[in-house]
Design a protein around this ligand. Sequence first.
Ligand code: K7E
Ligand code: CUA
Length: 685
Amino acid sequence: MSEERGEEIQNLSNRRFRRRTYLGGLGAALALPASAALLSACNRLSENGGTETKVAGGGISASAEEIIARRKLSPDDVTAALSTYLPSGRLDDYLMFASGGQSGQVLVIGLPSMRLLKLIAVFTPEPWQGYGFSDDTKAVLDEGKVAGRSITWGDTHHPALSETDGDYDGQWLFINDKANSRLAVIDLRDFSTKQIVKNPLLLSNHGGTFVTPNTEYVLEGSQYGVPLGWEYAPITEYKEKYRGMLTCWKFDRQRGRIIPEESFGIEVPPYGQDLADAGKLVSDGWAFWNSFNSEMATGGDMQGKPPLEMGASQRDMDYLHVVNWKKAVDVVKAGKAETIKGFKVIRIPTAVSEGILYLIPEPKSPHGVDVTPKGDYLVVAGKLDPHVTVYSFAKIQQAIQKGNYEKDDFGIPILPFKDCLEAQVEVGLGPLHTQFDDQGYAYTSLFLDSAVSRWSLGKPYRDDGWKAIEKVPVQYNVGHVAAVTGDTVKPLGGFLVALNKWSVDRFANVGPLLPQNLQLLDIAKDHKMRVLYDLPIGNAEPHYAQIIPRERIKAFETYPEVGWNTITQSKDPNGTALGKERIARDGNKVEIWMTSVRSHFTPDLIEVNQGDHIVWHITNTEKARDATHGFALPLYNINLSLEPGKTETVSFVADASGTFPFYCTEFCSALHLEMMGYFLVKPSS
Ligand code: K7E
Ligand code: CUA
């Protein structure tokens, strides 16, 4: 923009500002509890010429106080804005990976700005990334087929960043699909999905994905019991035939893949296993799952039985499942697992006799279980109990040693509740999930109260003991909360995000299906908690999220070499250098090695015969950051994303004759519109 033109716009906007009524400015603002520093800053600004401030270049712009007055901002609003605003070009300090709920995706959000940076396609085809259009990404989605059927969505709940020594290392991300009991592996070098695994014995999961402290295993717990392998069984045989399963998926960091052959499940009763967490430090080697239907209710509301949710809430206690996964690994290695439909499973009697599985009563219908940063306590939040219940890992171990326990109907030891209990803290109504900070505080979401509770952990975290400190309302009905590295051995505190289920009146009316509301909270130690920012999510319901310092992510800026295969993360044999483009025919197979570079595809004219099998490789030979091209082919439903260096292959039968202009879908250059070509398919008769 020229200086002259800039000044013109500046003057125009000044005229507009002058026409507005000044609303009383700081006088009004001062009456409210105010940040003195902010107000004096505002005052300093306004001393510089009353309500208007000179800006460089001679123009006049609105003063901070004028904007505050015009926009009717309270001092709290202003400090909130100052806490989250990022000038253009400045980077967020943290990245939040949030589940994308029913979209089957993962959302990447910058903090503190709360800007959406990316959607990572996982269980759902996604055109911008060309995900589910190229041969390789179709193959990833096909790994998620269930009994041969393509599933075109996922219900993602719990993202898990890979960990080293119990802390996020920024290398991998895992996420579950609750709807079909699947897991995905995302490589954070390029933020894209590399693998989907289908649990061969289950149809729903929930307590996953959670990783062990060095990402040896990715844990996945079933939710709704089925006969393992989900074959038909009458509901009257629920107790005999239906089961849950806790699956330990082996992750091979070198290969960047889950290895199903080295993975296994632990059979458990059909108690409706829920959320989970892996032990760490002192509790490394153990994992914990809640359950909410130890009643084994099966519904039948139209057959004169209590509705399922009532049946599932009859007892005062459900069971926390305490699992020694390290011992389970040894038991599988010793050949003591059975194989069901090709998958290794430790049966309940073996799990009991080997000391792998214990139960502890926990208050009615719990939801979250979260391990404290030192691995020494487990925090269980019961939806129908206003307390969080804190178990001591040391006491659990003592109770196991002591050995005089009752057993459930399946012969599983039940450790006495009182023997394992450390504390109960009344935090409020409907506690669900808990995170931690660097001050020895815990933060629990309160679904029914629509609030977040801050409470203090007892020793060795804080001397003030186990007690509730304060509550801050959120809008509304919070599910999970996520604090910066808030479930690791080194929580950093500072910020917390409340992932709210309902937004009701927070946003402009966009019809009966409302966005979710992700709220950023300031949880710094020196003042009360406060809500800073509302981020509407308008494409699905996020559940859990994890927040990692930005600098721990070492993603590629462009692919390392031209001709890169993003699934193998190595050179693609069909990567094509400039000048090496060609078209080869072998019978009715036509193979094309194409390049893209600003602003052309080579070749840009391709003629084939109707019925030919086309194998089309495209290499983006660009080396400049952000020089992405797209590739769209009409009728054939093809859209690729070609980031700098990437090679993609798409295969199809040219079964429709016609004249097909293909083109670049990214506005990549001044001659972007000219970046096209013709694919001519000559009719066979
Ligand atoms: Cu509470 Cu699936 Cu973690 Cu939703 S779950 S909130
Ligand atoms: Cu390449 Cu537009």
